[in-house]
Write a protein that binds this ligand. Structure first.
Ligand SMILES: [Zn+2]
Length: 301
């Protein structure tokens, strides 16, 4: 059973919006691309986990903790029968190699050693679990989810699961997981309550309202729509209400302090879409605060 669903992080959503509306530096674009790729890999992992029968485990996805000022993120935790399975999921693609415990991509670029990352997460989650009275064991795994991944000089480490081992791994997991205990439920609830909603270390670049291109862009290829909501690039067709709703959510994500008003959204959408459609979307999908000219909208709970 999934206790905490995986959703796109605020960092990823913000990067995606900024990438569409301003020119990012190359390293920022690459970082954004890595976030996108990482998220896709995690969804692929979720799909794999969904093969396990639902009542055998509790799943907590995308967790962030701060333990004595040490922040760490966890891609996935499965809890079953007094065992916490810790997963670090990597969506690496292409050839990689290891030399003297250091990891490199085939272009000789050094990458963070994912085994060390896993070990750090294991140490910290063990400390946290001990604090909340967990008495079982922790089993950490490094999952390489992309079938196009290859590692030269791969160590013989049972904690590393390569793409060709994934199906067998899930079968073994299914065999080992015998069900959820009341202690598992208690620990999961406690872990959920300690999770931070946002990472304190986000790499979002600074931006201002003026800097960003206004308008509504295609959700598929990020090309800005011109007069109609038909994408000139990929042919995607969108309805007014959906496109405007998306843009309002994005406006609020990038400028949470700004009031959502018809005028503000009309400007945000590039001043080309009818104010009436914007007003209607606001009235139907958001909550109005106040009356008359000073009224504004907030997101419904
Ligand atoms: Zn498009």
């Amino acid at each position: 059973m999934i206790l905490k669903q995986r959703v796109e992080s605020k960092e990823l959503r913000t990067f995606r919006a900024l990438n569409a509306r301003m020119s990012l530096l190359e390293k920022e674009r690459n970082y954004c691309l890595n976030l996108e790729k990482g998220f896709v890999g995690e969804l692929d992992f979720d799909l794999l986990v969904s093969q396990l029968s639902n009542e055998k485990y509790l799943a907590l996805n995308d967790l962030i903790y701060d333990i004595n000022s040490k922040v760490f993120q966890i891609d996935s935790l499965l809890i079953s029968n007094n065992t916490v399975y810790l997963f670090e999921v990597k969506n690496y693609e292409g050839d990689f190699y290891i030399e003297k415990d250091r990891w490199y991509s085939v272009s000789d670029t050094e990458i963070q050693n994912p085994i060390l990352q896993l070990q750090r997460a294991e140490t910290l989650i063990l400390r946290l679990l001990k604090e909340i009275g967990f008495s079982g064991i922790v089993r950490p795994f490094l999952i390489f989810i992309n079938p196009e991944f290859h590692l030269y000089n791969a160590p013989r480490n049972p904690q590393i699961i390569f793409p060709s081992q994934l199906n067998r791994f899930v079968n073994e997991l299914s065999f080992k997981m015998s069900g959820v205990t009341s202690h598992d439920r208690k620990i999961s609830k406690h872990l959920l309550s300690l999770h931070l909603k946002e990472s304190p270390y986000s790499r979002i670049p600074k931006y201002t309202y003026e800097q960003l291109n206004k308008g509504i862009y295609c959700p598929c290829c990020h090309t800005f729509f011109t007069e109609s909501l038909v994408c000139s690039q990929c042919g995607y067709i969108e309805e007014y209400s959906g496109a405007i709703f998306r843009s309002i959510i994005e406006f609020n994500l990038l400028f949470p302090e700004e009031r959502i008003t018809t005028k503000a959204i009309w400007e945000w959408c590039g001043q080309v879409f009818p104010k009436k459609s914007i007003r209607n979307t606001l009235l139907s999908k958001f909550k109005m605060i106040g009356y008359g000219k000073s009224s504004y909208f907030i997101i419904k709970d």
